[in-house]
Design a protein around this ligand. Structure first.
Ligand SMILES: Cc1cc2nc3c(=O)[nH]c(=O)nc-3n(C[C@H](O)[C@H](O)[C@H](O)COP(=O)(O)O)c2cc1C
Ligand SMILES: [Fe+2]
Ligand SMILES: [Fe+2]
Length: 392
C-alpha cells in the first residue's frame, strides 16, 4: 500500500510477512519490510528498489505512485539484493531513467548483472560523491557518503525541502512496517548489533554528519519512518550503540549446557546477583534462544558472564559459536566472567578466555569458576565471589 510521507514523497515499500529468516540467518517472526520511496517533483526520483521476493508488488506500488509519469532518477543507496533487486528491471521499464549512486556502487554493480543500456546512448549511471547535489525542482537532494554503514558503497540522501534523511540500512528494524509499533527499540537493537554492529565507527561518523542537518524525518530501508520523539530516542540509542557504550546497567548471563547442570548453575547465579542488588540480570540459553538476541544483550549490558560445559577438550559449540559472533561483530570494552563445567578435564574456560581476551578491551574478571557435574553447596562461595567481583 502506498502512503504519503510528505506532500511530495510517497512510500512504495513492501511488507514480506513470510520472510522468517532474513539474510538466511536472522529469525524474523514478524517478517521484514523493504522500504522504497518516490519523490514527485518536476523531476521524479525513485529511492531504491526492493528484494526479489517482493519485486512484483513493489513495481505495482511504483506504477501507482507514478500515475503515468516517467521517473528521471533511481537513487541507489545500497547495493545489497534486499534493496537492489529491481535495478535492471526498472531501467528496462523506464529507458531514459538515470541511476544515481556512489562510485563504489557503480564498481560493484556488474556483480549483480549488467545494466540495460539507454536507447539513445544517454549516460545510464550518474555517480555522486560527498556533498554533491541533484535538483529535482522544489527539492534538491544532497548526497552523504556512508561507507560501511553495512556495505562500502552505501550513501544516504538529505532532502532539505522536506527535511528528511533517507538513511539506507541505518535506523532499520526487523519486522513488517507496522510491527511493534509501540516498541521500536527491541527489534531495532537486535537488527543494529547483528547487521551494523561491527561498524560502530562508520555509524558514529554518519551520526556526526547528520547532526549538522535539520532533520524532521528519517526514512530507512527497513522499519517505520521515524519522526518526533521516536526519532529523538532512536538517535539517542544509535549514539550509544555506535560508540559501544553501555545502554543498560546490569549483567548478561549466556550459558551453553549439554545436560542442564551449567544451566541450573546459571539460574542460581541470577538469584545470587539479584540478592546482591544487581540492577538487572538478563539470561540466555545459547542452545535454545535466539542467537541474534544473545548478541544484542551482550552489547546492551555493561557486563557479561559466559557459562559453558567442556566439550571434546574445548568448549560446547553453541558457546564457541556465540563468542565467534561477538568477535566478528567487534564486541569490546566489557568485563566478562567465566564459569566452566567439566566431568574429567574441564576445558571450557581455557577455550573461552583467549577468544575473549583477543577482543578489544575485554577484561576477564577473576575468579574463573569451575563446576564438576551438578552444582553443589560447596560451589556457592565461588559463584558468590564471582558475583561480587562482577559488581565492583
Ligand atoms: C560429547 C561430550 C564431550 C565432552 N567433553 C568433555 C571434555 O572434554 N572435558 C570434560 O571435562 N567434560 C566433557 N564432557 C562432559 C560435560 O562437560 C558435562 O556435561 C558437564 O561437565 C556437565 O555440565 P552440563 O550438564 O551443563 O553439560 C563432555 C560431554 C559430552 C556429552
Ligand atoms: Fe544491508
Ligand atoms: Fe537492508
Amino acid at each position: 500500500m502506498i502512503k504519503n510521507i510528505t506532500a511530495d514523497i510517497r512510500y512504495i515499500g513492501v511488507d514480506d510477512p513470510e520472510q522468517h529468516l532474513f539474510e538466511s540467518q536472522y529469525h524474523t517472526p514478524e517478517g521484514m519490510c523493504y522500504n522504497s520511496y518516490v519523490i514527485l517533483d518536476e523531476k521524479v526520483a525513485i529511492m531504491d528498489t526492493s528484494d526479489s521476493r517482493t519485486l512484483e508488488a513493489w513495481k505495482a506500488n511504483l506504477a501507482e505512485a507514478l500515475a503515468g509519469r516517467q521517473p528521471d532518477y533511481l537513487i541507489v543507496h545500497h547495493l545489497e539484493p534486499d534493496h537492489a533487486s529491481g535495478i535492471a528491471e526498472v531501467c528496462t521499464l523506464y529507458p531514459t531513467l538515470q541511476v544515481v549512486c556512489s562510485a563504489k556502487a557503480l564498481q560493484m554493480m556488474p556483480q549483480y548483472g549488467p545494466l540495460p543500456t539507454s536507447p539513445k546512448g544517454e549516460e545510464r549511471v550518474l555517480t555522486v560523491k560527498e556533498g554533491d547535489t541533484l535538483a529535482l525542482g522544489r527539492h534538491t537532494l544532497s548526497f552523504i557518503m556512508a561507507p560501511m554503514v553495512h556495505w562500502p558503497e552505501v550513501m544516504v540522501t538529505y532532502d532539505a525541502t522536506d527535511k528528511v534523511l533517507f538513511s539506507a540500512d541505518g535506523f532499520g528494524k526487523f519486522g513488517v512496517y507496522d510491527a511493534d509499533a509501540d516498541d521500536w527499540a527491541c527489534e531495532a537493537r537486535r537488527y543494529y548489533f547483528n547487521i551494523c554492529g561491527k561498524y560502530g565507527t562508520p555509524v558514529s561518523t554518519l551520526l556526526k554528519k547528520a547532526a549538522a542537518l535539520d532533520i524532521q524525518k528519517i526514512l530507512p530501508l527497513h522499519g517505520p519512518v521515524l519522526e518526533g520523539e521516536k526519532m529523538a530516542e532512536a538517535v539517542r540509542l544509535y549514539t550509544i550503540w555506535s560508540a559501544y557504550d553501555v545502554e543498560t546497567e546490569g549483567i548478561f548471563i549466556a550459558h551453553a549446557s549439554i545436560h542442564g547442570n551449567t544451566a541450573a548453575a546459571a539460574e542460581r547465579l541470577v538469584e545470587i546477583l539479584k540478592a546482591k542488588g544487581c540492577p538487572k540480570v538478563a539470561i540466555s540459553d545459547l542452545c535454545r534462544d535466539d542467537m541474534g538476541e544473545a548478541i544484542e544483550d551482550a552489547f546492551r549490558y555493561g557486563k557479561m558472564i559466559c557459562m559453558a560445559s567442556s566439550y571434546d577438550a574445548s568448549v560446547f559449540p553453541p558457546m564457541y559459536d556465540f563468542l565467534h559472533h561477538l568477535d566478528i561483530k567487534a564486541y569490546q570494552r566489557r568485563r566478562v566472567g567465566l564459569v566452566e563445567n567439566g566431568s574429567w578435564a574441564p576445558s571450557a574456560a581455557k577455550t573461552m578466555r583467549p577468544m575473549l581476551e583477543g577482543m578489544k578491551q575485554v577484561e576477564i574478571v577473576e575468579p574463573v569458576v569451575t563446576l564438576r557435574g551438578c552444582m553443589k553447596d560447596a560451589d556457592i562461595p565461588q559463584l558468590e565471589a564471582l558475583a561480587e567481583a562482577m559488581m565492583n
